[in-house]
Design a protein around this ligand. Sequence first.
Ligand code: SAM
Ligand code: F3S
Length: 482
Amino acid sequence: MPEPRAATGTVVPIDKLSTSSDGEVLGSGGAPEVPWEKRVYFEVFGCQMNKLDSELMVGALEEEGYRLTDDVEDAGVILYNTCAVREQAENRVFSKVGALKPLKRKRPDLVIGVLGCSAQNHREKIFARLPQVGIVCGTGEFLRLPELIETARKQGRVAALKLDLETTPRFTRTRNLGPNPFSAFVSVMRGCDQACTFCVVPKTRGKELSRPVIEIVDEARSLVDGGVREITLLGQTVNSYGKRLAKGRSIGLQHVLHELNKIRGLERIRFITSHPRFMNSELVDAMAALEKVCEYLHLPVQSGADSVLKRMLRTYTIEQYRSVISQCREKIHGFAVATDLIVGFCGETEDEFQATVRLMEEIKFQGSFVFRYSQREGTRAAEDYRDDVPEEVKRERNQILLKLQQKISGEINTERIGLTEEVLVEGPSKFDAARLTGRNRANQIVVFPGKVDESLVGKLVPVLIQEAKPLVLVGERVGPGR
Ligand code: SAM
Ligand code: F3S
């Protein structure tokens, strides 16, 4: 998994269904040896779910002879898999597509596609706003991409925007594009049945659909056969997994965890993102009992004030959230929790904001991802409330939480000094090539000297923690890798 980047107003982007306004270009250097019209430039924005969808899209394209290029000028097809969660991310993609106008004028055969959440959100309106776009394809039909490219070449424009449980794409992918050869994401469900008033995801991703346990286990097995040692299960509300799966039987995420725990060669299992409402004792017990399941939970709370949670329609109270955390801390040895917070949600008063500050001090999250509220068209909040917290107040509150989280992360990290942590090695540190970097079970980044021994990449090594910083732990390897 990547090391954290310092983004303005954002704290510790630990792995999560967080969103980013920076795109990631898929594909390696050099022009692929296929004709121009089969060369695809593919950029993905947003959460891990988008990255996983991109793997499925690229798989579908490669089956039809398309190949990735990282040179936009060299591509016959330019695709953006987009994120609609915040306006900033969406605007960035639209301005990138806008900048392609001269290229499209030079090469009228070029096919430009806007895919995923923003496509689902703005639908055919995208053609009017950006006439150079040939494909608008939502989250329900992206496996039709090869056919859509052909149609766009012949007809100029095509939209594919169906989104229902029948058209939901299959989950199975043909290759693992990331985050590295020994760590993989596996989707256990698509969509979201919640109705958080600020969130556009239910509109852009549709109803919740869980994938059968057997299919998840089969995919995990083949990933492990290919060298994967760590699997992160993905879902918008991953712990509500199992809904509508088997009539008359209750299946939950714990069943998946029990099955995956039996796979030989798989060393670590994580799952993101959990919703406080769906935490239950069976899941907590599974986390406590299964040795491969990491003691780490990403549990967005969003706000420390019940009144705000009510306006957000989050369907839990702070008391309930607290009780989930104390149950986890009681049962799961070494339990670590990270969260998401929104500042400046409609009508957020200073008192309500202070309740969030107090909650952070009380719970002591290992990391938090702080977002400034961004009003999204088509959400309940945009219809029912006014986006009335001034931008500078949002920014100020964001900074306060950022600083507080850094202090808390520093304190939590200090507690690890003197402990020996098992680290899954990812590779040389981006900031210091003389060190290797990886993560411990609690998902903290650990760096240690090791340039000379890159054979340790992908191995689990014991590291004695000697120094703590807010974003990383620094240590010394004290044993061989396995
Ligand atoms: N499924 C996750 C959950 O259970 O909460 C969250 C998915 S959402 C893509 C990721 C995070 O983005 C949310 O937890 C929330 O903090 C943030 N977010 C969503 N909509 C937002 C908005 N309109 N403005 C600011 N932040 C937002
Ligand atoms: Fe969004 Fe709430 Fe679902 S944050 S993804 S509607 S749980």
